[in-house]
Design a protein around this ligand. Structure first.
Ligand code: URA
Length: 204
């Protein structure tokens, strides 16, 4: 399945197949495997994270490691089951550097985000979501083409592109994990709960 064919006759199966042959940037060379988006193909919402982490790279599934656990917890706390949503990443291969045997996460470069936007567009076209949710700065960059700080964007319904597609920005779950204090973690957790409640109410 060539990329041109995906553009012309997209189906979820074609997309998955094409993603497994992706060589659009160099990240595929070191990663174990591509990590496709997953979830409901009738979801009215697409959640966009950054890139797979160590555990996602090994499992071949998004958000199954520590950040995924936090994500699931926040979603459960507001009564939004993961089975009802579609969840993907801005970049589909794990980028890391080696510290001894440990693979340490590296933020994808803007050029890698640009390369992978091709796939995000295919997912978006197939799903036709009523709402797009960016989890963190890399997702914002992938969706808007601009590097922006989250502070002023979070927690309100924005619009994306010429189509003015509804869009909401919240923290990446690993931002909660990175907080140095319990108080900081609580604050970030509650902010994410609030943002996602706004998103859920928008869809209600
Ligand atoms: N962080 C992400 O952005 N995505 C994943 O799939 C896992 C961790």
């Amino acid at each position: 399945m060539s990329e041109a064919a995906v553009k012309k006759a997209p189906s979820w199966e074609d997309l998955t197949e094409a993603l497994h042959h992706c060589t659009r940037c160099a990240l595929y060379q070191k990663a174990t495997q591509v990590v496709c988006g997953e979830g409901s193909h009738t979801s009215p919402v697409i959640f966009v994270g950054e890139q797979p982490g160590d555990q996602e790279d090994l499992a071949g599934r998004p958000f199954v490691g520590p950040a995924g656990q936090v994500f699931d917890e926040v979603m459960a706390s507001i009564g939004w089951p993961r089975e009802e949503i579609y969840l993907t990443n801005a970049v589909k291969h794990f980028k890391f550097w080696l510290k001894g045997e440990r693979r340490i996460h590296q933020t994808p470069a803007p050029e890698e985000v640009d390369c992978c936007r091709y796939w995000l567009r295919q997912e978006w076209r197939l799903l036709k979501p009523r709402l797009t949710i960016a989890l963190g700065g890399t997702a914002v960059l992938a969706l808007t083409g601009k590097k922006q700080t989250l502070g002023s964007l979070r927690g309100k319904i924005l619009t994306l592109g010429k189509a003015a597609a509804p869009f909401i920005v919240t923290y990446h779950p690993s931002y909660i994990l990175r907080q140095a204090s319990e108080e900081g973690r609580q604050r970030a957790y509650q902010a994410m709960q609030q943002d996602l409640t706004i998103a859920r109410n928008f869809l209600a």
